[in-house]
Design a protein around this ligand. Structure first.
Ligand code: SOE
Length: 382
């Protein structure tokens, strides 16, 4: 079985470590932003190696797979170096800061013979897999339209601050890049249709935010006390309204916000078809709403015994034993490590660098649409 090392020890790095361990995959070591932080993380997670540099990690011949969970601005260079060192790469989203970088990564992925994956984990909720199966089987008939949103509240106040709010660190599209692309990737996966055109209106609710003097984590659990801070201008959006068109002509509408009080991490999609509708909410991930015109609606509670084979493959616990966010990473890594062990399948059973590149291109098109106040068609060049 391949051995992993993880770059990054913020919110998501430990999610990777825990998921890998649940699968019995060896995590050899960790690299943080300083040698001291690497040491602390290695101790905390009882890992054999605390790397002092990327070079040291990449020189470790025991490591086959590099997980990149560093801040977004490092994704490209970390991925390039890991591929050059002959490692498989599993990169957090967004794949890169711009489409020049992400297309370069796709080209490298095409020739390196390694597995190159991107963490669009939400595909791996069992009831999203079930919805994809039902749509592909024609169970809700011709699709009329898709509506949805992805909302959070962890950036609600002007005193909320994180590196993601700066374009130079997180990417020019922030709410859209950070969470909107999860929705776009997921809904394209559900429909089996890519987004081909977008029309967007973005808003920065807080043009200035207060940066605490000291570091802050994503989803910090304590509200900031009135300590010392500096005011910084914000060049990324808090809210986006986006009209969409999918390849088969299906229209869609997506709202994205990181300033909706009470929405902790709520992704919502509703797909309306001629025979019925389906809806799902990530804050209640074990429930799939099935809407009908001529019979009572249904609420399907996740239970492997009631799911299609593809959805059952992502459901490890019996009904009533909720599966959630950490489980999606376990299922995602199971699919990726199967490809590492057994060789890739076509199409891949996991989100690839191509999928990551597509989302970066979509972010750029959404920004362009907003700036030029018009529809923008998507062209994917590599
Ligand atoms: C922060 O908004 C964040 O951690 C995203 O970066 C993740 O991709 C999402 O899963 C939860 O929220």
């Amino acid at each position: 079985m391949a051995t992993a090392a993880v770059i990054g020890t913020g919110f998501i790095g430990p999610v990777h470590i825990e998921a890998l361990r649940r699968l019995g995959i060896t995590v050899r070591g960790v690299l943080a932003s300083t040698a001291e932080k690497s040491q602390r993380a290695a101790q905390r997670w009882q890992l054999p190696r605390a790397y002092r540099s990327l070079d040291e990690l990449l020189a470790d011949s025991e490591v086959d797979v590099v997980h990149i969970t560093s801040p977004n601005r490092f994704h490209y260079e970390h991925a390039v170096q890991a591929l050059q060192a002959g490692k498989h790469v599993i990169c957090e989203k967004p794949l890169a800061l711009n489409s020049q970088q992400s297309s370069d990564l796709v080209r490298r992925a095409q020739t390196c013979g390694k597995v190159c994956a991107v963490c669009y984990n939400i595909r791996y909720y069992p009831l999203c897999q079930e919805a994809r199966h039902r749509i592909a089987q024609g169970q809700i008939g011709r699709i009329f339209h898709v509506l949805g949103s992805y909302q959070q509240d962890w950036l609600l106040f002007p005193t909320d601050y994180n590196w993601r709010v700066l374009a130079s660190e997180g990417g020019a599209a922030r709410a859209v890049g950070d969470i909107g692309t999860h929705w776009l990737d997921l809904v394209s996966f559900l429909l089996g249709q890519a987004v081909v055109s977008v029309c967007a209106d973005l808003r920065t609710i807080w043009p200035k935010r207060r940066r605490p003097l000291g570091s802050t984590e994503t989803f910090q659990t304590k509200f900031q006390a009135a300590g010392s801070f500096e005011e910084v201008p914000i060049d990324t959006e808090d809210f986006a309204a986006i009209l969409l068109r999918f390849a088969d002509g299906t229209p869609g509408m997506l709202a994205v916000s990181q300033v909706t009080a009470g929405a902790k991490n709520r992704l919502l999609w509703e797909i309306a078809g001629e025979k019925g509708a389906l809806a799902w909410n990530s804050e209640r991930p074990d429930e799939l709403w099935c809407g009908f015109r001529d019979q009572p609606n249904q609420l399907l509670l996740r239970d492997p015994a009631l799911l299609s084979a593809s959805a059952r493959a992502c459901a490890d616990y019996p009904g009533g034993h909720n599966e959630g966010f950490p489980d999606t990473f376990k299922q995602l890594f199971r699919a990726i490590y199967a490809a590492i062990e057994q060789g890739p399948t076509h199409p891949a059973s996991y989100p690839t660098f191509e999928d990551g590149h597509r989302e970066v291109v979509l972010c750029e098109a959404i920004l362009q649409s907003h700036q030029q106040r018009r529809w923008v068609d998507i062209s994917i060049n590599v």
